[in-house]
Design a protein around this ligand. Structure first.
Ligand code: 13P
Ligand code: SF4
Length: 298
């Protein structure tokens, strides 16, 4: 299957981009593996005429918005992001009327329609920088309440109005569970993603995006690290750094949607052109503005 995928990839002039949460088998056939910001940047620069985005729907949609002249594919069309579905353009439009002075900062984990009526996007790796770059006091932060609260803790001069969305994979972990897990591995440090609850983040030794967590693990002198994000990051770390010990904060931190993509999906996407992503032209143009403003500042 891997050999066939590599052959088809060349034949179809395709590039495979995979998020860190994908399975090891998928990451093995990918040309680039990264966090959501890195994948967006790569998608906007690649030479190939086709992009296979192995991740969830908003990632492929973002790639299509950034590279509208390319054919972009999501190998498994069922792979969505439940947090992105927690905000619709209709509900955001209503909220904007309630907060007319607020600048709308939208996490990339959102639909193109929501991005299209936002002022600027952010990812978990640049959210603090983006909010600090805004020349307004009130920010409407959409849709992740935990990332929004984390940004608020580092930007005390801003007044951040939170949307009540969350990531089911990260939000499920409670402070008691963290305390129990850390007690199991006394001496270990905790590196966590800002989609975790504030009481989890307050116990963390490092907070960052998936790529930032991987880099921090590589640069840290710590030999035993508990990882507070999705299981795919632990897979990568164990493979790249067998000299260190990595534990998943909670064995249930597995994103079902990220794990939907299989090698078979990639094969059929390449051979049968399945799962192509299309975005309405006007929506795409407006969403591009919000994404591009983020890219310029990060
Ligand atoms: P990153 O921006 O860290 O890649 O995170 C994306 C995501 O979906 C986290 O749940
Ligand atoms: Fe969405 Fe959470 Fe899965 Fe990331 S881990 S894709 S935020 S459900």
């Amino acid at each position: 299957m891997k050999k066939e995928i590599l052959r088809l990839k060349r034949e179809k002039n395709a590039v495979i981009l995979a998020h860190h949460y994908q399975s090891l088998a998928v990451k093995e056939v990918a040309d680039f593996v990264g966090d959501s910001l890195e994948l967006s940047k790569i998608a906007s620069k690649v030479d190939e005429s086709r992009i296979l985005l192995c991740g969830v729907h908003f990632m492929a949609e973002t790639a299509k918005i950034l590279a509208p002249q390319k054919r972009v594919f999501l190998p498994n069309k069922e792979a969505g992001c439940p947090m992105a579905d927690m905000v619709t353009a209709e509900r955001l439009a209503e909220m904007k009327i309630q907060y007319p002075e607020a600048v709308v900062v939208t996490y990339v984990n959102s639909s193109a329609e929501v991005k299209a009526i936002s002022d600027i996007c952010c990812t978990s790796s640049n959210a603090v920088k983006i909010v600090n770059s805004i020349d307004a006091k009130q920010i409407l932060f959409v849709p992740d309440q935990n990332l929004g609260q984390y940004v608020q803790s580092l930007c005390p001069d801003k007044e951040i109005v939170l949307w009540r969305g969350f990531c089911p994979t990260h939000h499920r972990v409670t402070a008691q569970e963290v305390d129990a897990r850390m007690a199991e591995f006394s001496g270990a440090v905790l590196f966590a993603h800002p989609e975790c609850r504030p009481e989890v983040l307050s116990r963390a030794d490092f907070i960052g995006s998936t790529a930032q967590i991987i880099t921090a693990c590589e640069e840290s002198g710590a030999m035993e690290i508990v990882i507070g994000t999705e299981q795919g990051v632990v897979d990568t770390l164990r493979l790249k750094h067998p000299e260190k010990t990595f534990h998943l904060l909670d064995e249930a931190m597995v994103c079902k949607n990220m794990k939907k993509t299989t090698l078979e999906d990639i094969y059929y996407t390449l051979s049968e052109d399945r799962g192509e992503i299309f975005v309405d032209e006007t929506v795409s143009k407006n969403a591009y503005g919000a994404i591009h403003r983020m890219m310029e500042r990060s």
